[in-house]
Design a protein around this ligand. Structure first.
Ligand code: FAD
Length: 188
C-alpha cells in the first residue's frame, strides 16, 4: 500500500505537511506515525476521557477536566504514561542516532563500517513510523550512509535529518555544529 492509502487525512493546509491519524499496515491507527495533537483533533476525546477517568480512579483523584476529555490546556502534550507519538519517538530517535554518530570511531575498522551500515539499513526497515521509514529508505537509496569516519557519518545523518526538517517545515540545522550539539556542548 502507498502512504496515501494509509493516511486518514491529507496535508495540513498551512504547512503542507502530512497531518491526521495514520493507519498502520493492519488498518489500525498507528500512534508512532501520528502526532498526539492530531489524535486530539480527530475526536479522541472519548478514549481520552475514559483514560483520564480510569487514571483519576486509580490515583483516587477527581477528574478535573471540565470537558471530560483531553481538550484542556495540556491537550497538545503527550501524557507521560502514553505510548510515544511520532514526535516523541522522532526526538528520542534522532537523539540516539546523532549521539551514536558523535561517538562512532574517528577511524572505524572495516568491520565497524559494515556493522554501522547494517545497523542503519535495519533501522530503516524497522523504524515504527512506517511512512517515515519509507521516506528514509528512499533517501538512503539516493545517498547511501557514509560510514568511513565519525565526521562523515555525523554529516550524512545531519543531512538526512535536514531533509526531514525541510519536509516538515522545520528550521535547517547547521551541520558544522553537530559536535557542539551532540558531543562537546556549547562553546563558551
Ligand atoms: P527533532 O527534529 O526531533 O530534532 C531534535 C533535535 O535535534 C533538535 O532540537 C535539534 O537540536 C537537533 N537537530 C535538528 N536538526 C538536526 C540536524 N539536521 N542534525 C543534527 N541535529 C539536528 N515526522 C514526520 O512528521 N514525518 C516524517 O516523515 C518523519 N520522518 C522521520 C524520519 C526519521 C528517521 C526520524 C528519526 C524521525 C522522523 N520524523 C518524522 C519525526 C521528526 O523528524 C521529528 O523528530 C519530530 O517532528 C519532533 O521534532 P522536534 O522539532 O522536536 O525536533
Amino acid at each position: 500500500k502507498s502512504s496515501s492509502d494509509n493516511e486518514s487525512s491529507k496535508k495540513d493546509q498551512a504547512t503542507g505537511k502530512p497531518s491526521g491519524i495514520f493507519l498502520d499496515k493492519d488498518g489500525k491507527p498507528c500512534r508512532a506515525c501520528t502526532a498526539f495533537r492530531d489524535w486530539t483533533k480527530r475526536g479522541k476525546k472519548k478514549e481520552s476521557s475514559q483514560h483520564n477517568n480510569e487514571k483519576s480512579k486509580k490515583e483516587n483523584k477527581p477528574n478535573n477536566n471540565a470537558t471530560g476529555g483531553i481538550t484542556n490546556n495540556n491537550s497538545q502534550e503527550l501524557p507521560p504514561d502514553c505510548p510515544p507519538d511520532s514526535e516523541q519517538l522522532g526526538r528520542a530517535t534522532w537523539t540516539f542516532l546523532h549521539t551514536m554518530a558523535a561517538y562512532y570511531p574517528e577511524v572505524p575498522s572495516s568491520e565497524q563500517q559494515i556493522n554501522m551500515r547494517n545497523l542503519l539499513s535495519g533501522f530503516s526497515q524497522f523504524y515504527p513510523c512506517w511512512y517515515c521509514a519509507e521516506h528514509l529508505r528512499e533517501e538512503m537509496k539516493k545517498v547511501p550512509p557514509k560510514v568511513e569516519s565519525r565526521w562523515a557519518l555525523g554529516i550524512w545523518l545531519c543531512d538526512m535529518h535536514n531533509i526531514v526538517n525541510e519536509r516538515l517545515g522545520k528550521p535547517i540545522f547547521d551541520c558544522n555544529k553537530i559536535n557542539e550539539r551532540w558531543k562537546d556542548g556549547p562553546k563558551n
